[in-house]
Write a protein that binds this ligand. Structure first.
Ligand SMILES: Cc1cc2nc3c(=O)[nH]c(=O)nc-3n(C[C@H](O)[C@H](O)[C@H](O)COP(=O)(O)OP(=O)(O)OC[C@H]3O[C@@H](n4cnc5c(N)ncnc54)[C@H](O)[C@@H]3O)c2cc1C
Length: 421
């Protein structure tokens, strides 16, 4: 049987649809439903829309509070055209660096690991892909150490969790028919080649806030801010908040679902953007660097904003870097110490010109086995329930904006609208 995916629940035959939360998931859902002829109202408890996504403008450049870019698919490109916003493409051919223990490298594997990997290509794939972590899946191919160190860094920046916790199915949702790792890699390459669209990282001239503002324009008569919304009878309600806020919203009405939503864990995320006088020479020409859990560098990754989107700094001689830390505390001193570990000879304190810090307690949902089980259980609890309540947001079936664009678009296209007599 095909696994269910996308938003949980279905719309009922009510005239109006309320959306709770005006983060990117709520705005996308509102946009596509309105486009398909639904009557929507979006409620946001804060005084601003966009949820976690906001571009902060400083004197020397700007910083994003959450998403830095959209990794595109065809639906994202169509959306930008409909909204009449021109994406700014990230610089092509930048190096991707990774530090496993002490050195930043473009190629993450150690020389002596290569023969092991080649010999392991014809090993059989693990049987139950639905129940294992990324680490367990790749361990027979890459070995224990490389699976943990390389994959934790590669996926940690997106899914905020290490390879031992991240479930395989969170990353690879598609069906595979191969028996060996060799076949698996061949299938992956084939799937990639079959894509009509070549994905790119894009942002906008005014940063990610441009996307939020463009959605606001389309929905300006439909958004109500400063309202802590709840479920009303005789209207559809789509809850587009994080899982813990969704738990409060469904509360006593759906206690088992509320309980299950609370089991979904979040990683705190601190995003620190610094504008420096001095470039970090080891990061020149690189998109950024990822750091494994065993590397001495504390943060999970550094984005080299000036290389990715050169227009993010006002002065081309200055450099903008974003440090992403998955945890409770990451101070200015931590950032300087991390830079010192990469380049000890520079006095980084003296180099600092401007700084922006955003601290999210519930930054990114953990895509671990617990989340998969809770989502499965919530989907089963929704079966047989009257229609009219829907759950959507980045904990449901994908963290990235492009996944949310596709899910909201598909959901709206399949949702019947009521024609009032
Ligand atoms: C540091 C960081 C970097 C990231 N980088 C990227 C990236 O480069 N690319 C990418 O694609 N993704 C990225 N992401 C992920 C992406 O930013 C998030 O998945 C997305 O912003 C989450 O949107 P959302 O609408 O699900 O939730 P939120 O943004 O949390 O919005 C939920 C909204 O619901 C409101 N709300 C809650 N309860 C109620 C209530 N009762 N009534 C009314 N309103 C309510 C909240 O106030 C909030 O505005 C990043 C995330 C972080 C934290």
């Amino acid at each position: 049987m095909k696994e269910e995916s996308g938003p949980i629940g279905q719309l009922g035959l009510f005239d109006e649809t309320h959306i709770i939360g005006a983060g990117i998931s709520g705005l996308l859902m509102g946009y596509y439903l309105k486009k398909n002829g639904h009557s929507v109202k979006i409620f946001e408890k804060q005084s601003h829309i966009g949820g976690k996504i906001r571009t902060i403008k400083g004197d020397l450049g700007f910083a994003e509070t959450a998403a830095n870019a959209v990794f595109t698919n065809e639906d994202a490109i169509d959306l930008f055209q409909e909204l009449k916003i021109s994406p700014v493409k990230s610089t092509v051919k930048l190096k991707r660096l990774l530090q496993r223990t002490s050195t930043l490298k473009s190629f993450p594997f150690l020389v002596w690991e290569i023969p092991f990997i080649i010999l392991s290509l014809f090993k059989r794939l693990p049987k139950d892909m639905d129940k294992i972590s990324i680490y367990e899946f790749f361990k027979p191919l890459l070995g224990k150490r490389a699976s943990y160190e390389v994959l934790s860094s590669v996926f940690g920046g997106i899914y905020a969790t290490d390879a031992k916790t991240l479930s395989f199915r969170s990353v690879f949702k598609q069906k595979f028919n191969s028996v060996t790792y060799f076949g698996f890699i061949r299938e992956l390459i084939k799937q990639r080649k079959a894509r009509r669209h070549k994905p790119e990282s894009v942002s906008f001239s005014g940063g990610m806030s441009d996307l939020i503002q463009a959605l606001r324009e389309k929905l300006k008569d439909n958004i109500v801010c400063d309202t802590n919304a709840s479920i009303q009878s005789n209207v559809n309600t789509i809850i587009c908040t994080d899982a813990h806020d969704a738990s409060k919203v469904v509360g006593e009405l759906l206690p088992k679902i509320s309980e299950e939503l609370l089991k979904i864990s979040y990683s705190p995320v601190i995003s620190t953007t610094m504008i420096l006088k001095t470039p970090v020479s080891k990061l020149e020409g690189a998109f950024g660097a990822l750091f494994s859990p065993v590397s001495p560098v504390k943060c999970a990754g550094i984005l080299n904003n000036s290389a990715i989107f050169p227009e993010r700094t006002v002065d081309p001689n200055k450099r903008s870097y974003t440090f992403i830390h998955l945890g409770e505390s990451y101070s200015e001193q931590d950032a300087f110490q991390d830079l010192k570990k990469i380049e000890p000879s520079t006095d980084w304190q003296k180099s600092l010109e401007e700084k922006f810090v955003t601290n999210w307690q519930r930054g990114i949902p953990l895509y671990d086995q617990q989340r998969s089980e809770s989502i499965k259980k919530i989907r089963s609890l929704f079966h047989g329930r009257p229609k009219g309540i829907v759950l959507f947001g980045n904990y449901v079936d994908g963290i990235s904006i492009r996944e949310m664009i596709s899910m909201a678009k598909e959901f709206a296209s399949k949702s019947p609208k009521v024609i009032s007599s």
